[in-house]
Design a protein around this ligand. Structure first.
Ligand SMILES: Nc1ncnc2c1ncn2[C@@H]1O[C@H](COP(=O)(O)OP(=O)(O)OP(=O)(O)O)[C@@H](O)[C@H]1O
Length: 791
């Protein structure tokens, strides 16, 4: 279960135009960041928008009142009603979606210069997401009664496509965030999702950054290499790694949350006695200042650890955060108002006391009076507890505190044996204890709470000037929060995970701009820890061989292999080491999967239609740098139609530069390799002896026919022998006809394969860095091989 802090805090504004272009503005209330995206929705089912909404998991979705989509299309508003009915939908007038206002607002509110995003140059082009931003910010300011502080927001723009797109179905298929079986009742699988495997982050912001990275890995090689260099340094410098792990613990878990209290300035600030609601707000504010003070106090330690770091990422954090004098001056200002001994505390009453005594004594007379009253009532409550212990002979009576009830009494059940004195009220049984109160205690609780409320209110007034001064440097707080989240992810998640694995079992991937996707001895990052004897396998895809067809009986390891390749690419592109001996890859920009996820009743669609819809979505959105994973396409309809669809889909994919791995039970599909030289056939080796299948999980070259493995497995599953015998005779007759029907004239395609082979060798030579003489020799060899028909 997700803990409180991990719950989404996104408010998302959506708008589209008649050309089905969609603008999205996602405002994270917690980290005060604004994420803008604009794209053309290629599928009528709004797959991209669905994926984005799943990614943000918003608490509120803001849409205009009527749809503008062309007839027959599901407008974004309808999409929200249909698929996100549990999310609060806020309808705002069209006038609120004002792109000019949006452009000015984002420019003013952004902590960094927006020119790097290209947003100000192209703002006419990206008018939809800016319009959505205007509506979203307006809604937040009105709903929360705040004004967003200038230069406080971290703004990102996804229209520049800096991230890999993984559609919502693929996120599910690849078990990135949740396992496929996590929702099935009665399943007791040890398998974790990739997110859960890596979720050893210590801060809430770090966990959220990790989740965002897994859902949208990076495409920018420089940033990825930056993270990998940092990991290299951590893995080779134990002192730095442990030093950083230790120092990160000193920062409060919720450091990123502090930000939002400086980014949002309350609209109404009054010197009058504050209402209960205001008192709650000021309580949060005081807590934020204490959190910030604790974080700033930990900065010198971070500075000490990072001083000699060499990698660009760590040096950059050292230079921009640790060496900045701004944090020192913020800390000094805090020190002028806040008591030095005040610390961030988790225990509710300790936190309440720390907050009441946060401001230095003597600054505000009213505050000092309110504090005295708070101390008096707190003392009276403890004296009352002592009185009960002695008078009623209840030595084990305890006085716990929670924010809702205040103080209450806890007595072990065995101490009272059912004879609880009548003065105890609100009696509730809790395990072996009894929780209760008394009229005296309740009255003291009210007085204590009211004294604390007065303390908060006076404290908030004292803090106003300090808050405003800090707001001037709010961009620095954004920077600090970002740096801490990044360090948390890289140190506590990536480096920690790698350090728990056997030495050298995870290696640094290499990136090329146009090279192959090659994985040597790759393993499944999650299954390898469940199976001690997990078998490693290779992957090789290049422009010359951009499709791999994997065959093999059921249970031979096909689906695992497909998932393993994608998870390895994702790990590499978030800047983490990968479970393989060696990996080189060209950056992937889209990952698509078509796998057989457990049928969902909610989807209200047949297995075949789901399969076709998913395939159509892939075909419409594919790019030349996509990675496509297809598992058993065409199995859910008649065998002839299924085969025809699978064959033609493969032909379509072969005409593109994208890399595809296709797993199938249709043995005739291997004939594609006869016609297309860029298809490679592989199979999972299975030893068949005495009608028994021995799975080796080893991937081997070429096709391999395992006769009637379906029947063998059906027999193992317990189908009656008479049924199996009948099935055997039927399958023998069908196979004979099938072979004749799909046989391809191999001789016809032989010359094309030879020419293709020559062309590929020439391309390899062009890219090679060999000397002139060796190239000449290689050309001579090529000529000879060609003359002998060996290529
Ligand atoms: N490389 C491997 N090493 C060890 N065990 C493996 C390996 N690959 C798969 N397995 C085990 O084999 C089981 C079956 O694998 P998988 O589901 O990938 O087979 P499949 O060929 O896709 O089957 P089907 O065609 O019936 O869907 C997995 O649950 C896993 O436990």
């Amino acid at each position: 279960m997700e803990d409180e802090g991990e719950r989404s805090s996104f408010v998302v504004g959506l708008i589209e135009n008649r050309a089905q272009e969609v603008g999205v503005a996602a405002f994270d209330l917690r980290s005060a960041s604004l994420h803008l995206s604009q794209y053309i929705e290629t599928s009528s089912s709004y797959q991209n928008t669905k994926t984005l909404l799943n990614f943000y998991d918003p608490i509120v979705i803001i849409v205009p009142p009527y749809k503008l989509a062309s007839d027959g299309m599901v407008g974004v508003s309808e999409l929200v009603d249909k698929f996100f009915s549990s999310v609060r939908k806020a309808i705002m007038a069209r006038g609120c979606f004002d792109d000019t206002k949006g452009a000015v607002l984002t420019k003013n509110l952004a902590a960094k210069d927006l020119s790097v995003l290209g947003l100000d140059t192209y703002y006419k082009q990206y008018y939809l997401c800016l319009a959505a931003a205007a509506a979203t910010i307006k809604w937040i300011e009105a709903e929360k009664g705040v004004i967003v502080t200038n230069h406080s927001l971290s703004v990102t723009f996804n229209g520049s496509l800096n991230h890999v797109n993984i559609d919502a179905t693929s996120v599910q298929n690849l078990e990135i965030i949740d396992t496929l079986h996590s929702n099935l009742l009665g399943t007791n699988s040890k398998k974790k999702s990739l997110f859960h495997m890596l979720k050893t982050t210590k801060t809430i912001g770090g966990t959220r950054l990790l989740r965002a990275n897994l859902l949208q890995p990076l495409k920018d090689i420089e940033t990825i290499e930056g993270r990998l260099d940092c990991l290299d340094e951590l893995m080779s410098n134990e002192q730095l790694f442990f030093g950083l792990s230790q120092v990160l613990r000193k920062f409060p878990k919720e450091t990123d949350r502090v930000l939002c209290h400086f980014c949002f300035k309350p609209r109404k600030v009054s010197n009058e006695v504050l209402s209960d609601d205001h008192s709650k707000k000021s309580q949060v504010l005081v807590a934020s200042i204490i959190l910030l003070k604790t974080a700033l106090d930990a900065l010198p330690l971070l500075s000490k650890v990072l001083k000699d770091a060499r990698s660009f990422l760590l040096r950059n954090i050292y230079r921009s955060v640790c060496e900045s004098e701004k944090y020192g001056s913020i800390r000094k200002r805090i020190g002028e108002v806040i008591d030095e001994d005040v610390l961030h505390a988790r225990a509710p009453f300790v936190a309440r006391t720390q907050q009441c005594f946060a401001i230095k004594a003597g600054i505000d007379g009213f505050l000092d009076v309110a504090r005295r009253s708070f101390c008096d009532t707190s003392e009276a409550i403890h004296n009352l507890a002592n009185k009960y212990r002695e008078e009623l002979k209840l030595p084990n009576l305890k006085l716990p505190f929670n924010n809702r009830q205040g103080f209450y009494i806890r007595i072990p059940h065995k101490d009272v044996q059912g004879k609880l004195p009548s003065k105890f009220i609100q009696v509730v049984k809790h395990g072996n204890n009894i929780h209760c109160s008394t009229l005296e205690l309740a009255s003291l609780n009210v007085r204590n709470k009211s004294a604390a409320g007065e303390c908060y209110a006076r404290t908030a007034i004292c803090l106003e000037a300090l808050m405003d001064a800090i707001r001037e440097d709010v961009g620095m707080l954004t920077l600090l929060a970002e740096a801490l989240c990044m360090l948390d992810m890289i140190v506590n998640s990536f480096a920690h995970m790698i350090s728990t694995k056997p030495v050298d079992s995870y290696t640094r991937p290499k990136f090329t701009s146009d090279g192959p996707l090659a994985i040597d001895a790759g393993r499944h990052p999650i299954l390898e820890s469940i199976h001690n004897d997990f078998v490693a396998n290779n992957v090789f895809l290049s422009e010359a061989s951009n499709m791999v067809i994997v065959t093999g009986p059921n249970m031979s390891g096909k689906s695992t292999y497909l998932q393993q390749v994608c998870l390895t690419v994702i790990l590499a592109q978030i800047g983490c080491y990968v479970p393989a001996r060696f990996t080189t890859l060209r950056v992937v920009d889209l990952i698509f999967t078509r796998m057989n996820a457990p049928d969902s009743i909610e989807s209200n669609s047949s297995t075949f239609m789901t399969e076709m819809r998913e395939t159509a979505f892939i075909m419409q959105n594919i790019s030349s740098r996509s990675l496509i994973i297809m598992d058993e396409l065409g199995r859910a309809t008649s065998s002839s139609d299924g085969f025809a669809i699978a064959w033609s889909c493969c032909e379509h994919l072969l005409s593109l530069k994208a890399y595809t791995i296709f797993a199938t039970h249709m043995e005739n599909l291997v004939e594609l390799a006869t016609i297309y030289p860029n298809v490679k056939i592989l199979h999972f080796y299975v030893d068949v002896q005495n009608n028994h299948l021995d799975f080796k999980f080893q991937l081997k070259d070429g096709p391999r026919h395992v006769p009637h493995y379906g029947l063998l497995l059906a027999e193992v599953a317990g189908l009656p022998s008479s049924v199996i015998t009948a099935a055997r005779s039927i399958t023998a007759r069908i196979t004979e006809k099938e072979v004749k029907r799909t046989q391809v004239n191999r001789a016809q395609y032989q010359p094309m394969h030879i020419i293709y082979g020559v062309a590929q060798r020439l391309i390899c030579l062009k890219h090679s860095s060999q000397k002139e003489d060796s190239i000449r020799l290689a050309l001579q060899n090529l000529q000879e091989s060609f003359a002998e028909g060996k290529i």
